[in-house]
Design a protein around this ligand. Structure first.
Ligand code: GLU
Length: 447
């Protein structure tokens, strides 16, 4: 039997190989902690050094993105694509345009994506990409020129059977349109190389809704497993983008009350609860890059809390849907003390490691992002198959498919996360995703 792996030794090895990439270290720690017992129990995994291979991306491409702003001044940004693992399908994952983007952030997100994509049950590998370009306050002309320059390099690394990028923070349908337009112009190929496309050119119905709706479906299944339901529950949501507004909308459909939304300037507290009309207004307003959520108060009332986060508001459920590390230890304590019964990650790892521990110790139901927000990439997987088959499925058909995929993800996590103290969904998501990818890697031999 080969020597078992010790968590501390493994983490020292990671820290040495990728110094200062703290976001990446944290996510590796979280996954490895969960999967280590199943790795150490399996001599084949140990002998093939699966874990050591899995934390090393297949490749990272980084490139210059030069473009001219509206004053004709030349701007220089850096673009990346982290192609992490294509063991079970073409690389798949979003592009993020935000000033906080670094290689460490994209490695963390790309690593998470491997397991998330595996959990969907669809054949997709894990990747992530983006740029430190900040679209806030930029005109559509500037965004278009940036996207064109970005794709002028990226096109050579992607393709429908190679790597299929999509959106993420700062990259929505408009940016995907510019990126796809440039890809098609350079290569001459009309294919499914990007997902999240407009409906007119191969996009899928339900893609905008999928991540937010999916997170609420996951919440619904978690509550259902405890004979509970969303109806009548008060929900605190962070973010005001695609994920947050669709999560809020689905909470309303299920009879819950949404009290908050937030953006980088603060949070909005509407005691009367959001309505479909208010959500539609937010979506339209925030589509203008740089528009503030604070303007909501002038339109509908409520309170605006400058530079604050919504986690102090009394609620039954918290749905962090903005960005990583937005919910810290103190926030988690406050939520638990205020009687919150469930926290579901609509964003990618919005809870810090400390916050996660608090939620776990307090026995609050926890839906980890790599399972709960997998609805978006699952719908992307269905978009890929529609593009390959050159057909399109109806919104109703896709809504049913998304509901079933989220139920399957919930059940898979519950099955692999079952323990003496009940279900640990975070562990279940890690173990189930890992096993699938590890077995594929084993089948390929040493590559
Ligand atoms: N950016 C989304 C995610 O974090 C979607 C990725 C995709 O559709 O490829 O899962």
């Amino acid at each position: 039997m080969p020597e078992p792996i010790k968590l501390d030794d493994f983490m020292d090895w990671i820290a040495e190989r990728s110094p200062e990439q703290t976001e990446f270290h944290q996510t590796v720690h979280e996954v490895v902690q969960s999967v280590l017992p199943c790795v150490n129990d399996n001599p084949d995994y140990l002998r093939a050094r699966i874990l050591y291979r899995l934390v090393e991306p297949d490749r990272i491409v980084s490139f210059r993105v030069a473009w001219a702003d509206d004053r004709n001044d030349v701007q220089v940004n850096r673009g990346y694509r982290v192609q992490f693992c294509n063991a079970i399908g073409p690389y798949k994952g979003g592009l993020r345009f935000h000033s906080s983007v670094t290689e460490s952030i994209l490695k963390f997100l790309g690593f998470e994506q491997i397991f998330k994509n595996a959990l969907t049950g669809l054949p997709m590998g894990g990747a992530k990409g983006g740029s430190d370009f900040d679209p806030r306050g930029r005109s559509s002309g500037e965004i278009m020129r940036f996207c064109q320059s970005f794709m002028t390099e990226l096109y050579r690394h992607i393709g429908p059977d190679v790597d299929v990028p999509a959106g993420d923070i700062g990259v929505g349908e408009a940016e995907i349109g510019y990126l796809f337009g440039q890809y098609k112009r350079i290569t001459g190929h009309f294919n499914g190389t990007l997902t999240g496309k407009g409906l007119e050119f191969g996009g899928s119905c339900m893609r905008p809704e999928a991540t937010g709706y999916g997170a609420v479906y996951f919440l619904e299944d978690m509550l259902h497993s405890r004979d509970d339901a969303i109806e009548g529950r008060s929900v605190v949501v962070s973010g005001a983008g695609n994920v947050a507004t669709h999560a809020a909308e689905k909470i309303l459909h299920r009879g819950g009350k949404v009290l908050t939304l937030s953006d980088s300037g603060g949070f909005l507290h509407d005691e009367d609860g959001l309505t479909e009309e208010k959500i539609a207004w937010v979506r339209k307003h925030k589509a203008r890059h740089g528009a503030s959520l604070a303007d909501y108060v002038g339109e509908f009332g409520g309170e605006w809390h400058e530079d604050k986060k919504p986690w102090g508001v009394d609620c039954d459920v918290a749905l962090p849907c903005a960005t990583q590390d937005e919910l810290g230890q103190e926030d988690a304590k406050r939520l638990a003390n205020n009687g919150c019964i469930a926290v579901v990650e609509g964003a990618n790892r919005p809870l810090t490691i400390d916050a996660f521990q608090v939620v776990k110790d307090a026995d609050v139901l926890f839906g980890p992002g790599k399972a709960a927000n997998a609805g978006g990439v699952a719908m992307s997987g269905l978009e890929m198959s529609q593009n390959s088959a050159r057909l399109s499925r109806s919104a109703e058909d896709l809504r049913t498919a998304l509901r079933q995929i989220m139920r399957d993800i919930h059940n898979t996590c519950a099955e692999h996360g079952e323990g003496k103290q009940g279900v640990d969904y975070a562990k279940g998501a890690n173990v189930a995703g890992f096993r699938k990818v590890a077995d594929a890697l084993l089948a390929f031999g040493v590559v």
